[in-house]
Design a protein around this ligand. Structure first.
Ligand SMILES: Nc1ncnc2c1ncn2[C@@H]1O[C@H](COP(=O)(O)OP(=O)(O)OP(=O)(O)O)[C@@H](O)[C@H]1O
Ligand SMILES: [Mg+2]
Length: 254
């Protein structure tokens, strides 16, 4: 691996005006607020969130436990509705869509990796990934796509193994294969490196970069790992449910 560090970081107050090459915005959120519960016990998990994710970028959300990262990913991926605000995907409003339209959007255009991998223990790696295709409602025979996805994450030679026979890092890679098997435009990953050592975490981020380059994917992830901030295009920092900084890495380490 060759490390390059020619170009610095700059703190950018307005993300939209500072896009490298003015890249098209894939996902945009404005004025997001999310309040759980009512009255005395209400928790404001997010407020006044404005962000834009350019197509073909890797964006990291960082922040302490409880800062609102998972809540924000849920809102952005249409799994949850914001109390206020709007989310647009490819310029189309996606808040307030019917359950059917959301499912359709997630099946076609969004890949999700949850904080717990969610693999089915009794299925082999290959079957887990094929199952991902079936959940996505794909009518195509899935074997070839599932093998493609497992190849991308370096797990093709272990595809007959079941999750309990795999290490945490290997299971994580199978979960990534399952999330990319339908070739989504946007991959949303909640703490994809949390259970991994730093070398394995680096490999996952490198894999994400390859996916961006080879398949034109856009990736939004959350992380606690400071090492990862150097490797992504944008870092958005959350504190107590609000964005406190947005940073662009002019030349992320590769
Ligand atoms: N369903 C819910 N009902 C009530 N409060 C909730 C709910 N979901 C999340 N919260 C609260 O919202 C805040 C943000 O939670 P969230 O899970 O988004 O944090 P996080 O940044 O993902 O944390 P972690 O790094 O630990 O995963 C927390 O105070 C949490 O307790
Ligand atoms: Mg979380």
């Amino acid at each position: 691996m060759r490390l390059q560090k020619n170009g610095g970081k700059a703190v950018m107050p307005v993300l939209k005006e500072t896009q490298p090459e003015n890249r098209e915005i894939l996902l945009q959120a404005s004025g997001i607020k999310r309040v759980f519960g009512r009255g005395d016990t209400a928790v404001t998990a997010l407020s006044d969130i404005h962000l834009a994710v350019p197509r073909g970028s890797v964006v990291a959300l960082k922040g302490r436990s409880g800062s609102g990262k998972t809540t924000l990913l849920n809102v952005l991926s249409t799994l949850d509705d914001p109390t206020e605000g709007s989310v647009q995907f490819e310029g189309r409003e996606i808040t307030g869509l019917s359950a059917k339209a959301r499912n359709e959007l997630r099946r076609r255009d969004i890949g999700l990796i949850f904080q717990a991998y969610g693999l089915v223990p009794l299925m082999s790696a290959l079957e887990n990934v094929e199952f991902g295709l079936r959940i996505a409602g794909s009518s195509k025979a899935g074997r070839e796509d599932a093998e493609w996805a497992l190849e991308r994450v370096g797990m093709k030679d272990r595809m007959k193994h079941r999750p309990p026979e795999l290490s945490g890092g290997e299971q994580q890679r199978v979960a990534i294969a399952r999330a990319i098997v339908h070739k989504p435009k946007l991959l949303i990953a909640d703490e994809p490196t949390a259970e991994l050592d730093s070398r394995m975490g680096l490999q996952v981020i490198r894999l994400f970069r390859e996916l961006v380059l080879s398949s034109g994917m856009t990736i939004l992830l959350t992380t606690h790992d400071p090492g990862i901030m150097e490797l992504v295009d944008h870092v958005i920092a959350l504190e107590d449910g609000t964005i406190v900084s947005q940073t662009i890495n002019a030349s992320p380490l590769t």
